[in-house]
Design a protein around this ligand. Structure first.
Ligand SMILES: [Zn+2]
Length: 358
């Protein structure tokens, strides 16, 4: 007996991949097609929560327009001609992100949620689900990004910090500390506590971080990204209590920036040089190389009385964390090539050129 026309219709719909999406109430299929039901005269999006029709009664259409042309009416429950709930939520979160990116201060969850027409709890959850970040973390990331852009052009670190939307420089440092997971940690050995203050500023070679312990300047780091400089400081002093303190630091910062601009000036500030005995000998020898002169690693090794320790000398130069104050940029290869530089070859080249010309 040949199959009935109803059975034929049912099996042809059942084999249609769109029917599988309807059975799954797929939200991913929203906007790609609609299905209409002959018995009710209504068409729906694939994700419509209404009771599923029998497959033999279903007709697929590319969109609501063609379904209406065939005489069907849109479902009032899933409103197939409007944006899907997921799309509407994504749009609301996109709007919230745009709002946050133009804010000066921290975003108010209450305000963002009410703009999106949601409860703060629901908004927070949806925001995190959509962006992977909480609204607060998102705002912090945006501000960090802005600060990095500003640092390259602003006249002072303070301008950059305020331009980037921080309320105060202390809130920047507090936030950076939090962002990098650098919770101040006490130095437990012997019950003593190492407290290190630091500040970051723009200089002619990019961003500069200067840090100071009770003993003296303990780090001068150069780079493009202030956040990475902070991370390096944290790596260098994992147990120290790090405190961002720009105001108390103005004079030291000015002295170090002057040194970067003109290495011949030298640095009058005391240095807190931490390293192995071998590193300290190498670094001391580096400080004896006058500005405008260079030395090879082999010459430096000979100078400290260990002519065979050329590679160890090179490693000690690379481990220097007091840029320019310990002038490791004055060491080059025997053949005159610049060799490496912890803070980038372009900076090494620029420093040597400055010394040459002065
Ligand atoms: Zn529907």
């Amino acid at each position: 007996m040949p199959p009935s026309s109803t059975q034929q219709k049912a099996s042809s719909i059942a084999q249609d991949p769109r029917w599988q999406l309807v059975l799954q109430r797929s939200t991913a299929a929203d906007g790609h097609f609609v299905y209409a039901v002959r018995t009710t005269g209504i068409y729906c999006r694939a994700s419509c929560p209404s009771r599923l029709p029998k497959p033999e009664n279903v007709v697929f259409f590319a969109d609501g327009h063609t379904a209406r042309a065939a005489g069907f009416r849109p479902c009032l429950r899933c409103t197939p001609d409007q944006a899907s709930p997921q799309q509407r939520q994504a749009d609301l979160i996109t709007q919230a992100c745009q709002h946050i990116s133009v804010l000066d201060g921290a975003p108010s969850l209450q305000v963002l949620a009410s703009e999106a027409g949601m409860s703060p709890y629901h908004f927070h959850r949806l925001f995190k689900k959509t962006t992977g970040l909480t609204p607060r973390a998102y705002a912090m990331a945006i501000r960090h990004q802005k600060l990095q852009q500003k640092l390259a052009t602003a006249n002072s670190i303070t301008d950059a910090i305020y331009d980037a939307g921080y309320q105060s420089s202390s809130s920047f440092y507090a936030e950076s500390t939090q962002r990098l997971g650098m919770t101040p940690r006490n130095f437990r050995a012997g019950g003593s506590q190492v407290s290190i203050r630091f500040a970051i500023a723009p200089c002619s070679l990019g961003a500069i971080l200067v840090a100071q312990s009770q003993l003296g300047i303990c780090a001068i780091l150069l780079g493009d990204d202030p956040a990475i400089l902070l991370q390096q400081l944290q790596d260098q002093f994992p147990k120290a209590d790090l405190q961002g303190d720009e105001q108390a630091f103005e004079q030291q910062m000015a002295a170090v920036i002057a040194l970067i601009d003109n290495p011949r000036l030298g640095l009058e500030l005391p240095l807190d040089i931490r390293g192995t005995a071998f590193q300290q000998r190498v670094w001391q020898a580096l400080r004896d190389i006058p500005p405008g002169q260079t030395m090879s690693y082999a010459e430096l090794a000979a100078k400290i009385g260990q002519p065979s320790a050329v590679r160890a000398v090179a490693r000690a130069c690379a481990a220097n964390t007091l840029a320019v104050a310990i002038p490791c940029h004055r060491v080059i290869r025997q053949n005159g090539e610049l060799s490496g530089y912890r803070w980038g070859l372009a900076r090494k080249q620029a420093l040597l050129k400055r010394e040459e010309n002065n």
